[in-house]
Design a protein around this ligand. Structure first.
Ligand code: KIV
Ligand code: ZN
Length: 519
């Protein structure tokens, strides 16, 4: 007997748009393309790559992502305004499956205070927006922003009208994370019943996590007929974030008995996607985060360990391998050669040109001299450094050497030697509250650049005393913010490298601005 084909719930990933809108989560074009390629490997159905009218950078990244992925849909966001829609259409043009996602707020509170428009005007603008987008693209999604706080009968009216106008997906956002799961489920049920042409479009949901309910609300919506879920890797996004991709996907999979649906996600790629997004955004994943947190599959209690050894399912509802966690895997060591490294990089989905590969190999060998066991996370950190190296940016200051004197009862002092782009070597020293403060002050004395260190995070790339430390900093100057990252087995060196990367980016931006002013 043929097995009945299950419904598929589409996964629409908005890590590069809503995720990136979160403070401190911005990514550059290369990083976005890198993430997009991993999302493709992960098997998402659609990527929302950005909001093209928002800035030239956003436009370029949507275009770059549209050209970089092959089989999945690439969406660009637009308000219901002709200029937004035209820009979004232009940005997604290189995609094989482009989509324009138009949105307009429909709730009373947004109509009254933000848009100052009556219901009939909103309805008209929504329909016009969809029709306008249809002129450029067959695949049009419409979102009534703040849908969960919109009067249900008006929401039905809008949904029906935009489907009539040609929307192929209608997304119901819980924009401020206000909904309760049972109410949100009932709202989706109501739309499935009341909207006459609902079968002509896919009903999607987009939940924010202000009350920690984004995943629950999305699951409840699926139970009531939604067939697209919008989410982000690690749940990053505005305020408390968006529905977390890994959580919603693994809930659908683990509790197939309830949901009776499939997704197209290759769950074994989840961990890699999570680490990549965390690394490029500098947004650390909390240790006890479901699915991708470091402790998600760790069993500490003796009783649990005993149970797991006897029968895994006593305490594990998913297997770590299913989400790509393979802790026991030791990747490479001191004696591994180019071939082994290349093969492992291919397995990790890393694409490098020959020159980049040679640099990575060199760094890998240097690290293998300091550290016995090289794990995937180490390799990923080396690759990240290589891909982020300031290739297109003139390096104005580079670290030659440093010396730190620090300890209890002494004033932390750093002596730094930097090489300038013209070859001049400058040495200076400074004291500080701690060794890192001292080294940053010494660098500032040489560069004479006054920056505000608005963020500093440090993490061990892997476990073990010999683990590499990865430092991410954010430096603000003249209303601009630049992120820098440095990796080393010496955390002070990693800190200095991260700082210098951000300083160099500031120098480059200042140069760019000065050039533009002259032109
Ligand atoms: O949260 C929201 O309402 C949005 C829309 C633009 C879909 O992000
Ligand atoms: Zn949102």
């Amino acid at each position: 007997m043929n097995e009945r084909k299950k419904d598929t719930v589409k996964i629409f990933d908005t890590t590069l748009r809503d995720g990136e809108q979160a403070p401190g989560c911005s990514m550059n074009i290369e990083e976005k393309v890198h993430v997009a390629r991993q999302l493709e490997r992960l098997g998402v159905d659609a990527i929302e790559a950005g909001f093209p009218i928002a800035s030239a950078g956003d436009f370029e990244s949507v275009r770059a992502v549209a050209g970089a992925v092959k089989n999945i849909c690439v969406a660009g966001l637009a308000r219901c305004k002709p200029e937004d829609i035209e820009r979004a259409a232009e940005a997604v043009k290189p995609a094989l499956n482009p989509r324009i996602h138009v949105f307009l707020a429909t709730s009373d509170i947004h109509r009254r205070y933000k848009l100052k428009k009556a219901r009939d005007e909103i309805l008209k603008l929504a329909v016009e927006g969809v029709k306008n987008a249809k002129e450029y693209c067959g695949d049009v999604e419409f979102s009534p922003e703040d849908a969960s706080r919109t009067e249900p009968e008006f929401l039905s009216e809008v949904v029906q009208a935009v489907i009539e106008a040609g929307a192929t997906t209608v997304n119901i956002p819980d924009t401020v994370g206000y909904a309760m799961p049972w109410d949100f489920g009932n709202l989706i049920s109501m739309l499935m019943e009341e909207v006459k042409n609902v079968k002509d479009a896919v009903i999607s949901v987009h939940c924010h996590n202000d009350l920690g309910l984004a995943v629950s609300n999305s699951l409840e919506a699926v139970r009531h007929g939604a067939r697209q879920v919008e989410c982000t890797v690690n749940g990053i996004g505005e305020r408390a974030g968006n529905c977390s991709l890994e959580e919603v996907v693994m809930a659908l999979r683990t509790r197939r008995d309830i949901f009776d649906v499939d997704t197209n996600i290759d769950t074994r790629q989840i961990m890699h996607a999570s680490r990549l997004v965390s690394n490029v955004t500098g947004m650390l994943v909390q240790r006890n985060k479901a699915i991708v947190g470091e402790n998600a599959f760790a069993h500490e209690a003796g009783i649990h360990q005993d149970g797991i050894i006897k029968e895994r399912t006593t305490y594990e509802i998913m297997s770590p391998e299913d989400v790509g966690v393979d802790k026991s895997r030791l990747v490479l060591g001191k004696h591994s050669g180019r071939h082994a490294l290349r093969e492992r990089l291919v397995e990790l989905g890393v694409e490098l040109n020959q020159q980049q590969f040679e640099h990575v190999f060199e760094e890998f060998k240097n690290l293998a001299d300091k550290k016995k066991q090289i794990f995937d996370e180490d390799l990923e950190a080396i690759v990240r450094e290589e891909l982020e190296s300031l290739e297109d940016v003139r390096v104005m200051v580079d670290l030659l050497s440093f010396h730190i004197s620090s300890g209890t009862g002494t004033v932390p002092t750093a002596t730094v030697q930097l090489k300038l782009h013209d070859g001049e070597v400058i040495t200076d020293a400074a004291t500080g509250d701690g060794p890192i403060d001292a080294i940053y002050r010494a660098i500032d004395r040489i560069t004479e650049m006054e920056c505000n260190l608005s963020d500093y995070t440090i993490r061990a790339v892997t476990g073990g005393k010999d683990a590499m430390g990865e430092v991410t900093v954010r430096l603000d100057r003249d209303g601009r913010s630049e992120r820098g990252r440095g990796t080393s087995t010496d955390i002070i060196e990693a800190s200095a490298r991260a700082y210098l990367m951000a300083v160099n980016l500031h120098f480059a931006r200042t140069e760019e601005t000065n050039m533009q002013k002259k032109c």
